[in-house]
Write a protein that binds this ligand. Structure first.
Ligand SMILES: NC(=O)c1ccc[n+]([C@@H]2O[C@H](COP(=O)([O-])OP(=O)(O)OC[C@H]3O[C@@H](n4cnc5c(N)ncnc54)[C@H](OP(=O)(O)O)[C@@H]3O)[C@@H](O)[C@H]2O)c1
Length: 307
């Protein structure tokens, strides 16, 4: 699924191309499914700064699940053909393709308890949540966290990972998603359209901001002294952090990390984390899949199926 120019969903074209060959530490994966993330439609529109017009054409997509097709000479010792795997791949490649080159260090065995369509929905969302909460936010057991956008792709993983860590979880979402977010384990689901979250969520150790703008601005008031603001979207303002005697983590981009993905797979197989796929689209309906995610109100994830 190739993007040759920036634009709307009609810029998404299915193109034949040669099957790549894995080198050294690379693995060729036959992709069963790849998820659609907001970064994909932002890139398609030319609104993701890391991809400029000169970089086109590219294949979109950052995470996938599938089976091993072939391995490079230095990757074979641990991987065998047909093994089910999943991965968040580097931004230099695209996942929405029948065959994708994955670095051996990016992939791990897919969870045994879910199918490859569900597995494809996990890597980017879960690793973003993991790195935001634990690496950047330093969230530990017994702490209080406010997660904005708790019903979306990253948010539904973040609520469960924070809960599995032993945190007290407050999460904002739409009215229709309140029960869903409670079922994921949130101690308090907050309807962001009907309640002022800062009246409900107080003394937070960590705010995990997946929304930005006014939501981030208003969230400073929820942090305890020394609490930290983490955002996937917008660099938290150091001046505001100082004003509220709080801390700010630099805005981060999720990085492939097979160790963390393996931990997530274990949590899924242990029944402590579940992934929610609200719709799937075959590759020839890729435009509809993107449009569905862009419309908003998606619970969990949207996934493209390839085989
Ligand atoms: N830096 C990184 O590495 C990284 C990685 C992943 C994602 N991101 C970014 O993080 C953001 C979230 O990603 P995602 O995959 O979770 O997106 P998503 O699946 O589209 O979820 C967004 C969620 O936020 C909810 N929402 C919208 N406005 C809200 C508000 N004012 N308050 C609370 N919730 C609100 C939406 O529900 P309703 O539509 O029903 O309101 C939806 O459930 C995106 O902007 C994405 O680009 C960054």
């Amino acid at each position: 699924m190739r993007l040759s120019w920036f634009g709307g969903s009609d810029a998404l074209m299915i193109d034949p191309s040669a099957i790549p060959q894995p080198q050294d530490d690379e693995v060729l994966v036959r992709v069963a499914a790849a998820s659609i993330n907001p970064v994909d439609y932002k890139t398609r529109e030319g609104k993701f700064p890391a991809v400029q017009e000169d970089d086109l054409p590219i294949i979109l997509g950052r995470d996938l699940a599938g089976t091993i097709e072939a391995v490079g000479t230095r990757a074979h010792y641990m991987l065998s053909k047909g093994e089910p795997v999943f991965a968040l791949i580097g931004a230099d490649r695209g996942a929405q393709s029948d065959y994708v080159i994955v670095k051996a260090v990016e992939l791990v065995a897919a969870p045994r308890s879910i199918d490859l369509i569900q597995a494809a929905a996990v890597p980017l969302a879960a690793i973003t949540a993991w790195q935001g909460l634990f690496d950047h936010g330093g969230l530990t057991a017994g702490q209080r966290v406010l997660i904005h956008g708790g019903a979306g792709g990253v948010g539904h993983m973040a609520v469960q990972l924070a809960k599995a860590m032993g945190a007290t979880v407050f999460a904002t979402c739409s009215t229709d998603d309140l029960d869903f977010v409670r079922e994921l384990g949130a101690d308090r689901a907050i309807d962001y359209k009907a309640e002022r979250f800062e009246d409900v969520a107080t003394d937070m150790d960590v705010v995990f901001d997946l929304i930005g703008g006014e939501t981030q601005d208003r969230s400073w008031a929820t942090l305890r002294e020394g609490g930290i603001m983490v955002s996937t979207l917008q660099e938290p303002d150091a001046g505001k952090a100082a004003e509220h005697k709080a801390r700010s983590a630099p805005r981060y981009m999720a990085q492939p990390n097979a160790v963390q993905l393996g931990e997530v797979a274990d949590l899924i197989d242990a029944g402590k984390v579940r992934v929610v796929v609200s719709a799937t689209y075959p590759l020839d309906q890729v435009r509809e899949g993107y449009e569905r995610l862009e419309q908003g109100h998606v619970r969990g994830k949207i996934v493209l199926t390839l085989t």
